[in-house]
Every structure is written in structure tokens, then in C-alpha cells.
Design a protein around this ligand. Structure first.
Ligand SMILES: Cc1cc2nc3c(=O)[nH]c(=O)nc-3n(C[C@H](O)[C@H](O)[C@H](O)COP(=O)(O)O)c2cc1C
Length: 319
């Protein structure tokens, strides 16, 4: 890591051809073209959500991002979804610069993306998944800790990041629990090459989250989330609402009483917390405003630079 002119350049910024080591998560329902373009135009990597779109909508969204910015951007593909193959075909056809694979591994897709010069970043939550993803040829990993909003694993970011840094040669991007400059500085100290943030960008000026959900999140604390596998069968962290707690307690999913296709996460846009749940991370407790994406990135990068410089002075003051 070296610092230069207000920038922090790392292997993440080199590999992804971006200015700042910060990316936004491909959040279903929220990571729409305006949010993605705002992050990318500010020098980070905006990642488009595709799992809640049809393949045609994915193509339109990719083109919409390109109308808004010339900067590199990414597209998230949930490999577990029924539409994954059709969506991947569109993403490859449109030559999206960075493909973010989650909930699986697909070496053939990695090779296809590399053929047109794209990069692939895999979201992982365990050492085993990280090793398989690295073996499939991806260019970087997003190490997603237990703090993270949405789908996640059991290992905390603090432990997962250095574990993965120690076992793969490709850049590791830390995710789960990041919102500010101290977080980026800490991630870099753990050996990560940058960070990916979901919850922080969910509460940005450009995010199309429903205003009532936004207000609720701005007053939520770090203990106001729960982890359950009863939303869609996979472990995910969501806001502690009455519905979320009832779903978790009912075990309907475990007992096969719920169809996998139900669109529980759509409350993010509709605002009806009686009928849907809100994926969000523990870091919601550290967030109390909705700045623009450019301002978020500026705060995170300049905050990290300042902290790293100040601490170095503090620990070894000039003699
Ligand atoms: C509202 C919301 C929706 C999400 N949707 C997706 C998704 O569609 N695909 C995906 O790979 N991850 C999704 N995630 C998880 C993020 O990729 C990421 O792991 C997480 O936001 C990082 O933790 P943080 O929220 O503490 O920043 C979502 C997260 C949130 C908060």
C-alpha cells in the first residue's frame, strides 16, 4: 500500500482499474444504475444487482450505467438463482468490466469473462470457498464477515480477512462492517487491498431505498439485526422487525412451507415492513446520515489516510 495525492493505491485499485479501494455491494433492489454510476464516477467500483431482474432488464441496466459514466463498474451474479446462466450470458455479451460472483463458483464463466478482458471477483465467507474460488481463476476475493448485511457466513470480518490473506495470492477485499475511514484503515492493516460496503451505500443519497425504511435504519442500532436462514433458506442478516423475528421463529422454510421464489426482500423499495424484510448489516448502528456516494468515498479514503498518518506519528514521534 502506498499513499499519493489524496489516493490510496493498492492491488485492488490496480486490478480493477479504479481510483479508490472502495466498492459498493450488488445489493438486490437497491444497486440500480444511478447508484452504481455514482460510485464508479466517484472513483470506486459500483456493482449492479442483477438477481432481482430479468435478463432483458439486466441488459437495459448495464446500458443505463454506461450512459451515466465511462468509469469501470461491476455486475453481481448470484450463481444459486434460477436465472443465473441467462443473466451471465447477458453480462458476458455486454462485456461488463468486473463480474462479481456470489453463492458459488463457475470456472467456465471466469474463463469467458477473461476472454473479453474482464475481471472476476468472488464473494466468499469461508477459507474452503476462498481456496476453490481462487483455484477457479478469479482475480480477487471479497471476504465477507458475519457482520455483513444480507447473505453471509459465521466468521467475523476481523478473523476471516487475515485468514484469507494468508491462504490466497490474489487480492482480498474486506466486507462486512465497514462505513468509514477507520474501517478502511483497519482492513488495510489486516492485509486486505480495499473494502466493499453494502449498508453504507444503502444509506446514500443516490440509493432508491424507501424513505420510511431509510428513516428506520438511520435510527437503528448495532443490535437491531438478526441472522436467520428462514428468509430464503440461506443464512442472512436482516433488520430485527416483527416479521423477521416471526419468520425466524416459525421455521417455515426449514419445514418446506415456504416457496423459495417469494420476494421477501422487496420491502427495501416498497417500505411495507409487515410484508417484507430488510437486509442490513450490524454497521447500521454506526450510520446516521445519507451523504452522496462521492462524499462517502471521500470521507472513507481521506479518513483512512489521515488516521494512518496520525497513528504513525503517535507511535513513533519525531525525535
Ligand atoms: C440491502 C442489501 C442487499 C443485498 N443484496 C445482495 C445481493 O443481491 N447479492 C449479493 O451478493 N450480496 C448482497 N448483499 C450483501 C452484500 O454483498 C455485502 O456482503 C454486505 O452488504 C457487506 O456488509 P455491510 O452491509 O456491513 O457493508 C446485500 C446487502 C444488503 C445490505
Amino acid at each position: 500500500v502506498r499513499e499519493a495525492e489524496g489516493h490510496i493505491r493498492t492491488r485492488m485499485t490496480e486490478v480493477l482499474a479504479i481510483s479508490h479501494p472502495v466498492m459498493s455491494a450488488g445489493m438486490g433492489h437497491l444497486a440500480v444504475p444511478s447508484l452504481v454510476a455514482a460510485v464508479s464516477a466517484a472513483g470506486g467500483l459500483g456493482v449492479l444487482a442483477t438477481s432481482t431482474l430479468t435478463p432483458d432488464e439486466v441488459r437495459d441496466s448495464i446500458r443505463a450505467v454506461r450512459r451515466l459514466t465511462n468509469a469501470p463498474f461491476g455486475a453481481n451474479i448470484l450463481l444459486r438463482s434460477d436465472q443465473a446462466a441467462a443473466i451471465a450470458a447477458v453480462v458476458v455479451d455486454e462485456r461488463v468490466p468486473v463480474v462479481n460472483l456470489a453463492l458459488g463458483i463457475d470456472a467456465d464463466l471466469v474463463a469467458e469473462v477473461h476472454r473479453y478482458g474482464g475481471k472476476v471477483v468472488s464473494t466468499v465467507t469461508t477459507v474452503r470457498h476462498a481456496s476453490s474460488a481462487a483455484a477457479s481463476g478469479v482475480d480477487a476475493l471479497i471476504a465477507t464477515g458475519h457482520e455483513a448485511g444480507g447473505h453471509g457466513g459465521d466468521i467475523s470480518t476481523m478473523v476471516l480477512v487475515p485468514l484469507l490473506v494468508g491462504c490466497v495470492a490474489i487480492p482480498v477485499i474486506a466486507a462486512g462492517g465497514f462505513s468509514d475511514g477507520a474501517g478502511l484503515a483497519a482492513a488495510l492493516m489486516l492485509g486486505a487491498q480495499g473494502i466493499s460496503m453494502g449498508s453504507r451505500f444503502a444509506l446514500s443519497a443516490e440509493c432508491p431505498i424507501h424513505p420510511s425504511v431509510r428513516e428506520r435504519l438511520l435510527t437503528s442500532g448495532a443490535s437491531d439485526t438478526i441472522v436467520t436462514d428462514q428468509i430464503d433458506g440461506l443464512q442472512s442478516r436482516v433488520l430485527r422487525t416483527e416479521l423477521a423475528q416471526a419468520l425466524a421463529a416459525a421455521h417455515d422454510y426449514a419445514e418446506g412451507r415456504v416457496s423459495p421464489g417469494r420476494d421477501t426482500f422487496a420491502a427495501l423499495r416498497r417500505g411495507d415492513l409487515e410484508r417484507g424484510v430488510v437486509a442490513i448489516g450490524q454497521v447500521v448502528g454506526m450510520i446516521d446520515d445519507t451523504p452522496t456516494c462521492a462524499e462517502i468515498i471521500r470521507r472513507v479514503v481521506s479518513g483512512a489516510r489521515q488516521l494512518i498518518a496520525d497513528r504513525a506519528m503517535e507511535f513513533s514521534p519525531p525525535t
